[in-house]
Design a binder for this molecule. Structure first.
Ligand code: GDP
Ligand code: CA
Length: 310
């Protein structure tokens, strides 16, 4: 069964890691959000892409969910000692990725090509593509009237500001890698990983070329919320600030127009009746993925459900 998974960082990486354990490499393609990308110290940083790749390569820091295992921080310490605030954590190993990527982009290479080469070096056998080769930038508009770049909002201000609106600058001109669109074309199903709906999945599916091509497909979403809580990050807070109760039901409602299948946690099972009333088939499972065994277990259950349903 050919699958295209759409992913942000931490939640996306966990699901994709499980799927990669269950599917032959040629049957899985991952399209990753690049709305969080930014430039810092002259380096082009792609947080979600790197989280997905480091996780698939077994190089990720399993405690933080982002960055590299066995990381050291000598360069950043030195940057701090030179008087910089150093609000964005960049480890020494991680920095090598950004340095080489920046240099190759400056030479005119495409982000998708560079990512493909890095994946080869890291021994990643599934195809991983950025959602766009041209910049798409997520901006957060706040109640206080500010327009913050995503990493400022997320890391510098620790997602404390109240959001009123989310903007994806450059989305109309997004250049989706041709191979990513081909993979969608050939896919039996699309999986929205349990990523943040507003800032990880929306920027991907709001790109016209992607939105239109997935419309012909069966789409399954896995909830990033259990009860009223996100396991990490601002997803639940964003639902509240945008006027909705954070819940599996409202995740399904958010994706409703295209969705065929929805995976929620066992504890939210009672919400499935309403969701099924919208013509979306539901399955309640244990959707917590604290380790690789659980990622694989959930991926296997999701794929079994899809095989029976598609
Ligand atoms: P980010 O780009 O690093 O913020 O990561 P994503 O957008 O891909 O994922 C963030 C979401 O992942 C959060 O809303 C979390 O609730 C969700 N998440 C993290 N771990 C798990 C897990 O084990 N299971 C599920 N279902 N969701 C998770
Ligand atoms: Ca992200």
């Amino acid at each position: 069964m050919k699958i295209v998974a759409l992913a942000g960082g931490v939640g996306g990486a966990k699901m994709v890691d499980g799927l990669a354990e269950c599917l032959p490499p040629s049957d899985l393609t991952v399209i990753v959000n690049t709305g969080d990308d930014f430039e810092h110290y002259g380096l082009k940083i792609c947080p979600d892409l790197d989280t997905v790749c480091y996780t698939l390569a077994g190089l990720a820091n399993s405690e933080t969910g982002w960055g590299r295992a066995g990381e050291s921080w000598r360069t950043l310490d030195e940057i701090k000692s030179l008087g910089d605030e150093a609000w964005f954590n960049l480890g020494d190993l991680d920095m090598a990725t950004h340095m080489l990527r920046t240099q190759r982009l400056q030479r005119g290479e495409l982000l998708s090509e560079i990512t493909g080469d890095f994946c080869k070096q890291w021994g990643i056998t599934v195809a991983v593509y950025p959602m766009s080769n041209s910049p798409v930038r997520t901006f957060i508009h706040t109640r206080a009237g500010r327009r913050l770049s995503f990493q400022e909002y997320f890391v510098r201000y620790q997602f404390k500001p109240e959001i009123t609106e989310i903007e994806f600058e450059g989305i109309q001109k997004a250049q989706v890698p041709e191979a990513a669109l081909d993979a969608i074309d050939k896919a039996d199903a699309i999986i929205y990983c349990p990523s943040n709906p507003f800032v990880s999945i929306d920027p991907i599916i709001q790109i016209k070329a992607i939105g239109e091509s997935i419309q012909q497909k069966k789409i399954l979403a896995v909830s990033p919320l259990i009860g009223e809580h996100a396991l990490k990050g601002p997803a639940a807070k964003m639902f509240r600030e945008l006027g909705e109760v954070p819940s599996a039901l409202n995740v399904a409602k958010h994706y409703r127009s295209n969705l065929s299948y929805f995976i929620m946690d066992n504890q939210d099972k009672e919400q499935s009746k309403t969701i099924e009333g919208w013509g979306i088939m539901c399955r309640a499972l244990d959707i917590l993925m604290p380790n690789r065994t659980q990622r694989k277990r959930l991926a296997r259950e999701v794929l079994t459900f899809l095989e029976k349903s598609v």
